[in-house]
Write a protein that binds this ligand. Structure first.
Ligand SMILES: [Zn+2]
Length: 352
């Protein structure tokens, strides 16, 4: 319909009917917005155009078995629902279960508790946790740090929990191993991490053992605004990166807390102790899935500063529900972690 004034009496019946349908569909949308729990999806998702052909000639078309509103496009005749194109596409969960899932996620409930609360099996609870983690990882990957950025490495022991059976297992881990090389063995996963002055954080699993110049580069390339100041300890690995990226570098000698210009690593140190607390309820995160848990921590850290406690689970839902993820039951186990387990364990008599 054109924007100019139209006398309705000038319209032919078919045009009037088309107009009536349009008004009806707008009315439907306005009414749904008032009374639905899934309005999040509707408001943010396809703003009422057909996801297949972008037509706006859409009509309501019943509900799915799980009471999710379904629509039909009058142009291409295809159907879709409120959850099409989201991580819950073709999901068997209803809206209440979805809300409970995010509640459990936010509370870091165990998978067992989550599966009991939602009345789904463990595998389903596991899958949805990892779908959400996958999306949070995508979000973390887009982080750009600005201003004063403190950076340091976080070390965590390799954990093969849930890793496929064809992975090497140390048959007799020697006690004497580890502890050498200034306490960092190559059985420690090295997580390059950084926090900026607005509490945005970034984590990247770079390998095992002490961080190298190349690993610093790989972790932070394009992740830091060039007007930033990078604050690190005295490791030389950071020097080349700062120079190449024209980032001002402030280093702090070991054994001292503040350098001559007043910079310290207080924020990154407390970030690392928060991370340790965050991971502790999971009693050992598999290295394969560590990336997702780090992204979860980064996101929850940001939530703490931006969102009221009671709104946080909904905020996680609002942020992630509109995204899709390719994670399925079959490939969630193949999540790569940057770590070559075979290389790390080659010195052991492992059985494959
Ligand atoms: Zn269509």
């Amino acid at each position: 319909m054109e924007q100019e004034n139209v006398n309705l009496f000038d319209l032919i019946p078919s045009q009037l009917r088309e107009l009536l349908e349009k008004i009806q569909s707008v009315l439907d949308i306005v009414e749904q917005k008032k009374n639905t729990t899934s309005k999040v999806v509707r408001n943010t998702q396809h703003s009422f155009v057909c996801p297949f052909c972008s037509s706006n000639r859409i009509v309501k078309n019943g509900q799915t078995k799980t009471k999710i509103q379904t629509y039909k496009c009058k142009d291409c005749q295809k159907r879709f629902n409120d959850l099409s194109g989201t991580l819950f596409s073709r999901s068997k969960l209803n809206m209440q279960q979805i809300e409970e899932l995010f509640e459990c996620f936010h509370n870091r409930s165990t998978l067992r508790d989550t599966s009991e609360k939602l009345h789904v099996n463990l595998k389903t609870a596991f899958l949805y946790r990892h779908k959400i983690l996958n999306i949070l990882t995508d979000i973390n990957e887009k982080t750009i740090l600005k201003g004063q950025i403190e950076s340091d490495e976080y070390y965590i022991s390799i954990n093969l929990k849930g890793t496929r059976k064809d992975m090497p297992r140390a048959s007799k881990p020697r006690k004497s191993h580890g502890g050498s090389k200034r306490g960092i063995s190559n059985h420690q996963v090295c997580v390059a991490s950084a926090i900026d002055e607005t509490d945005h954080t970034y984590f990247s699993i770079v390998g095992t053992g002490p961080i190298t110049t190349e690993e610093v580069e790989k972790a932070f390339q394009n992740r830091m605004d060039s007007s930033s100041t990078l604050i690190t300890d005295c490791k030389s690995s950071y020097e080349k990166f700062a120079k190449d990226n024209r980032i001002k570098l402030e280093q702090i000698k070991s054994g001292t807390y503040v350098n001559l210009n007043g910079y310290s690593l207080g924020n990154i140190n407390s970030l690392h102790s928060n991370l340790e607390q965050f991971l502790s309820p999971f009693r050992g995160v598999s290295t394969k899935h560590l990336k997702g848990y780090l992204s979860w921590f980064a996101f929850s850290k940001l939530l703490k500063y931006t969102t009221e406690l009671l709104d946080r689970s909904k905020k996680i839902m609002d942020t992630t529900i509109i995204q899709n993820t390719s994670i399925t039951v079959n490939n969630v186990y193949d999540n790569t972690s940057n770590i070559d387990f075979f290389n790390v364990y080659k010195e052991y008599n492992y059985h494959v």
